[in-house]
Every structure is written in structure tokens, then in C-alpha cells.
Design a protein around this ligand. Structure first.
Ligand SMILES: *[C@@H]1O[C@H](CO)[C@@H](O)[C@H](O)[C@H]1NC(C)=O
Ligand SMILES: *[C@@H]1O[C@H](CO)[C@@H](O)[C@H](O)[C@H]1NC(C)=O
Ligand SMILES: *[C@@H]1O[C@H](CO)[C@@H](O)[C@H](O)[C@H]1NC(C)=O
Ligand SMILES: *[C@@H]1O[C@H](CO)[C@@H](O)[C@H](O)[C@H]1NC(C)=O
Ligand SMILES: *[C@@H]1O[C@H](CO)[C@@H](O)[C@H](O)[C@H]1NC(C)=O
Length: 556
């Protein structure tokens, strides 16, 4: 009797804690959402949609918004658009880039109108513009006018040697559209400084631009981040030869590199048959930088337990609809980059005098690079390159950093976010069909265990997939909608069996409380057999002949 009463009570408790979370926080924009960013300091969410930007609180309630289009424009005309621009017509403003500059309380907003000029708005109230000018000319054109050209960016700094000022800038990576500037990478000023205008390009290096060849490289930038004094860009492009197949690169350069002397591209292969050297999953879709849980970190060779790992989802552009998740420890990326740079600096060349490990991308340099034999220490001494050292460099395909996928699918993966719960790693993978798949990434598992169902009509999951500040919820964007979804639903399982059959690394059966919980929510959960971890799939064995309701799972 007592058992039964308790069972009923625990059932009630379970319902009590789960029923009312079902009303999901969500926000519907009037138009398709292109970009989503979060201000880590306030937890606010900013949406860059077609013809509008929105500021939401962490519960996705609207705080402020601004209309950014449509406006009369013609990509052939130089802004400002006047009567002289005869063919101007009402044009949608596709948001290309949103960046939170919390140090200065501004949001950087770059759209497709007016040659991709950006504006600054108030981070606390996006309806309050802080800076916009369409009269400063080509040096301030940032984004792309073409819908299909992706743009990524990251906030950084630039020390002006003359004034010794530490200037606030952002670096931009963008593909090439017909009426865009040909620069693949640029550094943009975020404040006025001496004669220079806001958004002015600070680096006049002609190296990391590809004109007139740029078109055939077809860059597709997917991600940019900084770590430990370096800026990284992740993109796919063609090889620049007749081969039109995309390949994926991570490019690294030093922060505050005024000439991009340190710019180096490393090919990333996500490959099934390493022996046959097939580059199966060739095109990067999205990426997420995170520290993996201990269990996974131990399994990644060459990874130090404190290392960050770049989790990358790729698609196979040949057999449309196939995709994979690959992991690249940042340490491995850095060491491989240094290996290929060093090989060039010390003059390793093949019989035909061509460099052994690298080539010069974009510029068809006629003089052979890497022929001068320099000291091995150069790569350490000139960590950020120098005028007399060859640049830019790209690794040859044979020196790609090649890893096997940790997870593969026969449909499209479009987004990835990674979380750690009690040393275990969970990947949240957005699909082309609007779902988010939860995959447990420990060596012995790599199991897909749950699907957060989206609405097919919304299209694929936006690559901006991330957590709230407590890491308890995930923000998922599809089409015009952003939704805040809990990372687990342990509490919905009312008995030990259903709790462990979830295989959810977040969940376990809390024996004392008779509830399915996270470990941190289980009183005395650290004790032996007090919290039975779901993926272990064992409720305590019951040895006595008296059947105890399963809900209790008490070891006798
Ligand atoms: C912050 O923004 C203001 C204008 O809003 C500008 O004058 C100032 O230089 C900026 N400071 C930094 C560090 O970017
Ligand atoms: C310049 O400012 C940035 C932050 O705004 C800081 O991270 C960096 O260390 C500063 N650099 C120098 C040399 O002061
Ligand atoms: C990582 O896990 C896989 C799958 O369980 C295993 O085959 C491999 O040997 C592990 N590698 C290391 C370095 O532990
Ligand atoms: C791991 O990284 C830490 C900090 O970077 C370093 O002190 C330690 O020596 C590294 N361990 C190994 C085994 O490389
Ligand atoms: C990486 O893939 C390319 C094809 O894109 C292939 O030629 C190359 O050998 C691969 N590299 C490695 C190290 O597997």
C-alpha cells in the first residue's frame, strides 16, 4: 500500500515538474531569419531577418525592432542612391552579418543593400541607430549584394603604430558577388580614428583577394572565431583549377596582423576511407568550438584534456543528402599549420622546385616560393609572418588534416552545437528537415538518441545554433521562427525503465527521490547506485522474489 501511495505521489511530482514547461518560448519574425546572435553578457538574442532586425530577451520576448528595408537600390550604383541611378527599384535587405560589440554597447548590422554598407545600432535598443553613412565610398562597402554570398565576422583589435591606439575592429570573411569588392578577408574599423571612417578597411594587403580569379574559387564562408591571439575562418572553395568540387579549409591569421602575412589555409578532410584518401564529406556547413567532456577528450588522440575542439558538420556535394560530423582539436590544427609553414620556411621543395607542402592560393606567383632555405626557428620567431617570408600559403591536399567522421547521416546536417554534461559530450545537430538530433558523443556510444521535431515547411535549421547562459536550453532557428527548447526532458519519464531507455546522457534515475533527473538535481546523487545514468541502461537488479514497483529501482 505504502509503495503504491508513494508511486502515485512520485507520478504526480513528475507531472508537476514537466507539465507546465510545455509552452515553448518562441518568436515568429515577419520574414525569414538570416542571422542570430546572442549577447553573452545579457543573454539577449538579436535576429537579422530580411528587411528587419529584432532584439529579444532570453525568453524570446520582443524588446525592440527596426525596419531595414526594402529600399530603392541598384547594385550597379554607388550609394547614396539618387535620381541619377536610373534603374533603382525596391530591393529587399538581406541581413548578411550581425555582430555584438559589447565593449562599446553596439550591434554591427550589415545587409545586402547599398553595396553592403553596415550600420551601428544601440545594443540595448536596436531601434536607436548610432552610426550610418552611405557617402564614404568603396572603402566602407563590407557585405555582399548577392543573396547567395555568405558573410562571417569576428570582433578583434588593431594597434595603430603611429598613435599607439588600440582600435576596435572586426574581421570579415566573405565570398565574391558580381558587384562586390574582391577582398576575401578584410579588417573594418569600429570607431572613428584620425582621418579614418567607421567601417573603413584597415588592411590594404592585396594578398587575400583573388581577382580576377576569385569567381572560380566560389568561397562559402561558414564560421569565424578567435582564440588565443589568432583569428580563424572556416569555408569551402574550389581548388582554383578546372576541378569544380568544393574543398574545406580553416584559415588562420594573427590578430593585429596589419598585412595578413600570417594568413595560412589548412585543408580539412572529413574522410571515411582514410586508406583510399577519399575526401568523402567535402563541404563545410557549420561549426562549433567547444571543450569536449573528459570521456570524449580522452578518446581523441593528440588532444590535451584542456583543448578546445572544432566540431564541424560537412555535406557531400556529390551524393546530395549525405553528411557527417568531424572533430578537429584546435591544437592539431595549429600544429599542422606550423608543420606546413615550417616546411616552406626551411625550403623543402620537390624535384620540380615546387614547395613540398604548400602553394600560394589566389595569386599566380611566377617566382617559386619556399626555395630559400631558412632557419627552423623562423616559424617560432616570426609567429605572425613577415614581409620577407612567403605568404599567403595554403596546404596541399596531401597535407590536409584528415579525420574520420564521428557520426554520419543520409540526410543534410546544417548546424551543430555541443554541450558537456558530467564529463559526457552531447552534440545537437540541425538537419535540412528542420529537426535537431541529439547525439551522445562518447567513444563507446556515438548514438543518436532523440529528435527535437521541427516543422518541415520551415526548411533547414539555421547554422546559428546555441545555448542560453545556463546551458539548459537551446535556441533553434528555422525559417521565420526561433524556438527555445530544453536540452533534456528527463522529468517526463516516470519510472526507471523509461528513464534509462531514453539513453539520454543528461538523465538518470534518482533512486532516493524516485524521479528521472539530471545528476545535479538528484539529492545524494553522488552516492553509489543513487543515480542510475540513463545510457548505462540498467535499473538496479532486484534479487528478492517480491516485485517492487519498477519506479523505485532500489537495490535490495
Ligand atoms: C565607442 O563608440 C563611440 C561612439 O558611439 C566612439 O566614439 C568610441 O570611440 C567607441 N569606443 C571604442 C573603444 O570603440
Ligand atoms: C587591445 O584591446 C583588446 C580588447 O579590446 C585587448 O584584448 C588587447 O589585449 C588590447 N591589446 C593591447 C596590445 O593592448
Ligand atoms: C576511441 O573510441 C573508438 C570507438 O570506441 C575506439 O575504437 C578507439 O580506439 C578510441 N581511441 C582512443 C585513442 O582511445
Ligand atoms: C596540456 O595543456 C596544458 C596547458 O596548455 C599544458 O600545460 C600541458 O603540458 C599539456 N599537456 C600535454 C600532455 O600536452
Ligand atoms: C584530402 O582530400 C583530398 C581530396 O580533396 C585528397 O587529395 C587528399 O589526399 C586528402 N588528404 C589526406 C591527408 O587524406
Amino acid at each position: 500500500m505504502a509503495w503504491r501511495a508513494l508511486a502515485v505521489l512520485s507520478l504526480l511530482l513528475c507531472f508537476g515538474s514537466s507539465c507546465c514547461d510545455d509552452t515553448q518560448d518562441q518568436f515568429l519574425s515577419a520574414t525569414v531569419i538570416n542571422n542570430v546572435v546572442q549577447d553573452p553578457q545579457t543573454g539577449r538574442i538579436y535576429l537579422g531577418a530580411i528587411n528587419g532586425i529584432y532584439q529579444l530577451n532570453s525568453k524570446l520576448q520582443l524588446e525592440s525592432s527596426a525596419v531595414t528595408g526594402p529600399k530603392k537600390d541598384n547594385p550597379q550604383c554607388s550609394p547614396p542612391i539618387t535620381a541619377q541611378c536610373t534603374d533603382a527599384k525596391e530591393t529587399n535587405n538581406i541581413n548578411k552579418l550581425l555582430l555584438v560589440n559589447s565593449a562599446n554597447g553596439t550591434l554591427v548590422v550589415c545587409g545586402s543593400l547599398f553595396r553592403g554598407i553596415c550600420s551601428l545600432v544601440n545594443l540595448h535598443s536596436v531601434d536607436k541607430p548610432l552610426y550610418y553613412s552611405d557617402t564614404k565610398g568603396e572603402k566602407t562597402y563590407v557585405a555582399s549584394t548577392e543573396e547567395s554570398v555568405a558573410v562571417v565576422g569576428v570582433i578583434s583589435y588593431y594597434i595603430d603604430v603611429n598613435s599607439n591606439a588600440n582600435l576596435s575592429v572586426f574581421l570579415v570573411g566573405k565570398g565574391y558577388g558580381g558587384s562586390d569588392s574582391s577582398k576575401l578577408i578584410s579588417t573594418r574599423l569600429l570607431q572613428e580614428h584620425l582621418e579614418m571612417d567607421v567601417f573603413e578597411n584597415m588592411v590594404e594587403a592585396s594578398t587575400v583577394q583573388a581577382s580576377p580569379f576569385v569567381q572560380r574559387y566560389l568561397h562559402d564562408f561558414r564560421h569565424a572565431f578567435n582564440d588565443n591571439g589568432y583569428i580563424y575562418f572556416l569555408f569551402s572553395r574550389t581548388s582554383g583549377t578546372s576541378d569544380s568540387r568544393k574543398i574545406t579549409f580553416v584559415a588562420r591569421l594573427c590578430e593585429n596582423d596589419h598585412h595578413y602575412y600570417s594568413y595560412t589555409e589548412l585543408q580539412l578532410n572529413c574522410t571515411v576511407g582514410v586508406e583510399q584518401q577519399e575526401n568523402t564529406y567535402n563541404k563545410v556547413e557549420a561549426a562549433y568550438l567547444a571543450k569536449p567532456g573528459k570521456v570524449l577528450a580522452k578518446n581523441i588522440t593528440s588532444s590535451n584534456l584542456t583543448d578546445k575542439v572544432l566540431f564541424v558538420v560537412f555535406s557531400a556535394d556529390e551524393d546530395g543528402g549525405q553528411s557527417a560530423l568531424c572533430m578537429y582539436p584546435l591544437n592539431s590544427i595549429n600544429s599542422r599549420l606550423e608543420e606546413v609553414i615550417e616546411s616552406c620556411y626551411i625550403g623543402e621543395v620537390l624535384e620540380d622546385e615546387k614547395p613540398k607542402t604548400v602553394y600560394s592560393p589566389y595569386i599566380s606567383k611566377t617566382e617559386a616560393i619556399c626555395k630559400t632555405k631558412r632557419d627552423k626557428n623562423m616559424v617560432k620567431e616570426y609567429k605572425c609572418g613577415a614581409e620577407f617570408l612567403p605568404s599567403p600559403l595554403a596546404s596541399k591536399p596531401e597535407y590536409a588534416l584528415s579525420v574520420k567522421p564521428i557520426y554520419t547521416r543520409n540526410d543534410m546536417l546544417t548546424a551543430v552545437a555541443v554541450a558537456v554534461e558530467n564529463e559526457h559530450t552531447v552534440a545537437f545537430l540541425g538537419t535540412g528537415g528542420a529537426d535537431v538530433l541529439k547525439v551522445h558523443l562518447d567513444s563507446s556510444h556515438n548514438d543518436f538518441y532523440h529528435r527535437i521535431q521541427g516543422e518541415r515547411a520551415d526548411g533547414g535549421v539555421n547554422k546559428n545554433l546555441f545555448f542560453d547562459s545556463t546551458l539548459d536550453h537551446l535556441y533553434i532557428t528555422t525559417g521565420r521562427k526561433i524556438t527555445k527548447v530544453p536540452v533534456h526532458s528527463c522529468e517526463q519519464n516516470n519510472d526507471c525503465h523509461s528513464c534509462v531507455s531514453q539513453l539520454d546522457p543528461y538523465c538518470g534515475w534518482c533512486v532516493l527521490e524516485g524521479r528521472c533527473t539530471r545528476k545535479k538535481d538528484c539529492r545524494k546523487g553522488d552516492g553509489e547506485n543513487a543515480w542510475l545514468w540513463s545510457p548505462k541502461q540498467t535499473c538496479a537488479t532486484i534479487q528478492s522474489s517480491v516485485r517492487i514497483p519498477e519506479a523505485f529501482c532500489i537495490r535490495t
